[in-house]
Write a protein that binds this ligand. Structure first.
Ligand code: PNS
Length: 162
């Protein structure tokens, strides 16, 4: 059985994340989406909400959602992952991901595999989605419906579509 871990903040999970996780599931026998918890980081959604939104979005995809509370390299060793899978939207993603891939391999010998997602979703980033929602913009074609509702609740705008 080959197990891959798709880690991230998922604050919140987007259609871009879902595309990458689906593709990873097509390659590996088992995929765990690992939601990172960094107490020093300011998230919009707390850990419980990020996990719940991810679980809802992945319903029916045969992908488990777990929390990584500590080093990702340690988590991968504990669960016996053969790879960390990350989606690349472009060169900037590679530039930020490559040092982490090298560091995770340094720490626990775990390989990182980069997967190219759907080009039609390459503009989607959690940070942009939050920015759009904070200004009352429509995010319904960028995130799963429950996430769009959660963003709407987090940034109430009179008259904005729910
Ligand atoms: O979605 P993000 O915020 O880009 O994901 C970054 C994440 C969660 C993958 C990274 O911060 C991480 O691996 N955090 C766990 C702690 C850790 O292992 N840090 C050392 C990374 S080399």
């Amino acid at each position: 059985m080959s197990l891959a871990v798709c880690p991230g903040s998922f604050d919140p999970i987007t259609l871009g994340h879902l595309d990458v996780v689906r593709r990873a599931r097509g390659v590996f026998d088992e995929v765990v989406l690992a939601v990172a918890h960094n107490p020093a980081k300011a998230y919009l959604f707390d850990l419980e909400q990020r996990v719940e939104l991810a679980r809802g979005a992945l319903d029916g995809l045969d992908v488990r959602v777990d929390v990584v509370d500590g080093l990702l390299a340690d988590y991968c060793r504990e669960v016996g992952a053969v790879a960390i899978v990350k989606g690349l939207r472009g060169g900037a993603d590679y530039d930020s991901e490559q040092p982490m891939a090298l560091m995770n391999r340094h720490l626990s010998d775990v390989e990182t595999m980069f997967l190219v997602g759907d080009g039609a979703l390459a503009h989607i980033a959690s940070s942009l989605v939050k920015d759009i929602a904070s200004h009352g913009g429509d995010v319904s074609d960028l995130v799963p419906p429950a996430v769009a509702r959660a963003l709407h609740d987090a940034f109430p705008h009179p008259g904005a579509q729910r």
